[in-house]
Design a protein around this ligand. Structure first.
Ligand code: AMP
Ligand code: MG
Length: 394
């Protein structure tokens, strides 16, 4: 059987980062920067008031209370300002430029709020409540590095440095296709021998959680020709395809039957549990990567975490590796088949990890109750309670 690492290495050796493109800011959320972004000007671009109050010369506000004359109002957005002479103040609003001559802002709360004459009853230090030019960013500074995922705050600073368009790697568009004659669409009644189709919902959601765009193509019956037709149609909008089901050793395995003869998708056994039957390769004229995952829901989920998520990261130009692990102590003995790496569903709390009840690869409720996968290495078949284990937090 093929080691987990080698399967991932084959995938990462094939999958290419998507070509960068320039997008409007409105479309940049969730994409990954493909350029360093610098500030064209300093931010703030000018000294401005951090509070509503009075721009003063601090030297005029030493012996308090003191009464000073108000020359004018300065609001946010005002341009041409009169300089502040000795004994004078300007009434100033938050964000407004500090007039020349002033070196401090007295908050309105320290005054009688006068309009023509103001009485200030508290001493002020030079620089008080003034936001200095360049205090956040200096002109020419890099504010975001290439390879940064753009979230809300990153979008904010892009706009904040005046950018309208930005060079990014787009979110990969990933089509999820389930196969199985037994699958009924959730929301419809179950017929004899049927189960509700869950993998396409779960995998499309996992794709979105991984920062890509997931589309459900729905479920296909076990007819390989029908599968190929639908795959063909879906390739138009896909940067990658994930299928579930139809890759095992039985009969009625449409994914394997349809793709194996084309010779560009390799089906093999990977030394893991759950998720032993795996397939990966390229399809269509555009060489779209395809991940053919096993149909058991827990197998499909674990396969996604180990193989698909790193590949999607690589497509976005991000570092791709097996998931990070933490160490914990198991609260119960763990069992694993020889020669295969097990990923047991578990609950991780404060350094201890408890396997959940129901370790079958069909037991989706147990997976949904878990927050971690405990790893039992290939050469280990049993671990005692209290053993230290590697854990993948979910
Ligand atoms: P297969 O890999 O097609 O042999 O399927 C293995 C097991 O997973 C079978 O019990 C299937 O009924 C189940 N299964 C396959 N696809 C799905 C799906 N999309 N949703 C839920 N269960 C599935
Ligand atoms: Mg099937």
């Amino acid at each position: 059987m093929k080691p987990v690492e080698r399967h991932l290495a084959d995938i990462l050796g094939t999958v290419r980062p998507l070509a960068p493109l320039e997008v409007d800011l409105e479309r940049a959320l969730g994409t990954v920067l493909a350029e360093d972004v610098t500030a064209p000007v300093s931010l703030p671009p000018f000294d401005n008031s951090a509070m509503d109050g009075y721009a003063v010369r601090a030297g005029d506000v030493v012996n308090v209370p003191v009464s000073l004359s108000v020359t004018e109002d300065v609001a946010a957005g005002d341009g041409a300002l009169r300089a502040i002479g000795s004994g004078m103040v300007a009434r100033i609003m938050t964000g407004a430029p500090v007039p020349a001559g002033a070196d401090a802002v007295v908050p309105v709360e320290w005054t009688d709020a006068g309009r023509t004459q103001v009485t200030i009853h508290k001493q002020v230090q030079p620089g008080n409540a003034i936001r200095l030019i360049g205090e956040d960013v200096r002109a020419g500074d890099v504010v975001l590095r290439e390879g940064t995922r753009i979230g809300a705050a990153q979008l904010g600073i892009l706009a904040g440095v005046g950018r309208r368009r930005v060079r990014v790697r787009p979110q990969p568009r990933v089509v999820v296709l389930s196969t199985g004659a037994e699958l009924a669409e959730p929301g419809t009644p179950l017929g004899p021998g049927q189960i509700w189709e869950s993998n396409s919902f779960m995998l499309a959601a996992a794709v979105r959680e991984a920062g890509a765009e997931g589309f459900r193509a729905g479920a296909v019956t076990d007819d390989p020709n029908r599968f190929l037709d639908i795959l063909d149609a879906q390739l138009l909008r896909a940067d990658a395809v994930i299928t579930s089901g139809g890759v095992s050793m039985g009969a009625y395995e449409p994914v394997k039957e349809a793709l194996a003869p084309l010779g560009r998708v390799v089906f093999e056994k990977v030394a893991m549990q759950p998720g032993m039957p795996q397939g990966f390769g390229l399809v269509g004229d555009d060489n779209v990567p395809i991940f053919t995952l096993p149909g058991n829901p827990v197998s499909a989920f674990v396969s996604f975490v180990l193989f698909v998520r790193p590949a999607l990261r690589q497509m976005q130009g991000l570092p791709a590796t097996l998931p990070e692990t933490v160490r914990a102590t198991t609260t119960a003995p763990l069992h694993s088949p020889p020669g295969r790496r097990s990923f047991l569903r578990a609950i991780l709390t404060d350094g201890t990890v408890a396997p959940v009840h129901g370790q079958g690869s069909h037991q989706l409720a147990a997976l949904a109750s878990a927050n971690a996968l405990v790893i039992v290495p290939e050469d280990v078949t049993v671990l005692a309670e209290g053993a230290t284990v590697e854990v993948i937090p979910l």
